[in-house]
Ligand binder design. Sequence first.
Ligand code: DQA
Length: 147
Amino acid sequence: KSILLINGPNLNLLGTREPHIYGSTTLVDVENNAKEQAKSLGASLETFQSNHEGAIVDRVQAARGKVDGIIINPGAYTHTSVAIRDALLGVAIPFIELHVSNVHAREPFRHHSYFSDKAAAIIVGLGVYGYKVAVEHVAVNFKELEK
Ligand code: DQA
């Protein structure tokens, strides 16, 4: 299976940004671990991080027909981006929405997501362990595209 892991704005600061909320593991560690884990499950995984909404839209569009599942932490775009939502729906690739922190225990503006009603699954508040759960779920349980 082929998996795409997308991290949105400010997640390049993971491990150094508000570590009391997001922990101390860096994005490079998360991405390397995810790649190794996918490999051990017979899958391949590509990673993408951007602070730019349009760049994320472009990356999602480029995945059309090439990827069996997307794991996305849209960062703050979770709460604002109709464009990324539409891109995911446009390519019709099943996706998991992931948040390191428990967004429901935080400010009210983080309680609404433009992704949750369309996500195959939502992972919140597991810290970076959530990425591990997500990779396993996609690698084991998502259907392979007919190529
Ligand atoms: C986040 C939660 C968002 O509300 C926030 O804007 C982020 C990270 C998380 O992983 O917990 O940037 O998606």
